[in-house]
Structures are given as structure tokens and as C-alpha cells.
Ligand binder design. Structure first.
Ligand SMILES: [Zn+2]
Length: 103
């Protein structure tokens, strides 16, 4: 099954809204679900202008549920600054990034 398909799977029709990213019936985390489908057709904008969408999960216990993508716990990459090649963070930053223009 294609989780990015635009067509909802049949089981999504009976999904119940879970308050966190785990099965409301057996507490199985979303990553262990048998199938997942993201409803990317209708993203919703939060108060803080963050885009969120529905994530549907088909649990092995027979329960179908969904949660907002914004309910996902913050991941470890969120706070990390992207590497800026213009301002190398270390003096020994590879020369590759500040190579003078050819020509
Ligand atoms: Zn379950």
C-alpha cells in the first residue's frame, strides 16, 4: 500500500481519533502499525501557522485510528541548526566549502 496515495484506504473510514500517536485500544505505537496513510489532501494550519495533517494507522489489534501529525513528539533534529557553509563552525572545516570561485 502506498502511504502517500491520494486515495484513502477503506479502513481509514472507520478510524477513531487518538490523542497521541499510539493505538487508543492496545497502546501499540504508530511505528508498529500494519499500515499507515497520510491524508495530505487537506492539511490544516495550526494557530502558530504550523501545517499539520491526519495520519491514519491500521493497528494489528484490529483498531483503526488517526492522529494529527503535530501530536508526534518532537524529534532530536528539530533544535539542530542547519550547517551553514558560509560560516564554518570550526577552523578546520573542510576547505571544500570555501573553495574560491574558479576562473
Ligand atoms: Zn491496537
Amino acid at each position: 500500500m502506498d502511504m502517500f496515495s491520494s486515495k484513502p484506504p477503506a479502513w481509514a473510514d472507520t478510524a477513531v481519533h487518538a490523542m497521541s500517536l499510539q493505538c487508543p485500544q492496545c497502546r501499540t505505537p504508530s511505528i508498529e502499525a500494519e499500515a499507515v496513510w497520510l491524508n495530505r489532501r487537506s492539511p490544516v494550519y495550526d494557530n502558530d501557522r504550523q501545517r499539520k495533517w491526519q495520519e491514519f494507522y491500521k493497528c494489528g489489534c484490529g483498531c483503526h485510528w488517526w492522529a494529527w501529525s503535530s501530536d508526534r513528539p518532537p524529534n532530536e533534529y528539530r533544535d539542530r541548526e542547519p550547517v551553514n557553509p558560509i560560516n564554518p563552525p570550526m577552523p578546520d572545516w573542510p576547505r571544500f566549502f570555501d573553495r574560491p570561485q574558479d576562473g
